[in-house]
Write a protein that binds this ligand. Sequence first.
Ligand code: ADP
Length: 246
Amino acid sequence: MSALLEVKNVSKAFGGVQANSGISLEVPEGKIIGLIGPNGSGKTTLFSSIVGYHPIDSGSIRFEGSEISKMRVRQIARRGLLRTFQQTRIYGGMTCVQNMLISTSMRDQTLGRLFASQKSGEHGRAEELLEFVGLYQKRHLMAGDLSFGQQKLLEFAMALMNEPRLLMLDEPTAGINPTLINGLIDRLKHANTTFGITLFVIEHNMRVIMNLAEHIYCLAHGELLADGKPEEIQNDQRVLDAYLGA
Ligand code: ADP
């Protein structure tokens, strides 16, 4: 059976900069897959290509067997493929609940699968998901008044509102204090095991990604350098050299 996401030979240049060069990788359904690599190695570019933020120069990107590389962001999101950003994209002048409610405009219709049995309606689901990420007490506060770490939790909850099949997270723990990091790891695992959401995660914190992902891809200079289980990647001399040389 083919993987949920299949990236084949994807290349993307910005002017003279070859940001991605012939990258091939797979994200199987139900897994948590990691993407690492030094700064400037092309991780964010690859995420942006997958979600349709910019066209690729060559290669193929398939989601559930369908070619999506020529689709627009919204079309791709509707299929259940979503990403979060390194810098959160929330509306600071709106409350947490309001942010949750507008986040579903990315998808025309949600299935009401997550928590739907406990509270009905979008508002109920928004509150349940805020509780899931530990922000229930702050649900009526302006999102702009939350700490950066809490804003990242809010963004994660907003993504869950859309019931993604595949959620791609760009450095979810960057800028978050260690206590919140542990809570976030638990919730990511929970979203994967209980809600059945496949995760593809860019992460600089090696402790986090080694704990979270069952398979890790490593990029360097826009190319796929290595891939394997966390313990293999951790001991791969090419990976160590790439980080030291960065
Ligand atoms: P990473 O996420 O691994 O840090 P990026 O994908 O952000 O790497 O960047 C890969 C390369 O592509 C870098 O050299 C970066 O400067 C370049 N790049 C990324 N986005 C753009 C852009 N919009 N315009 C020009 N160059 C870009």
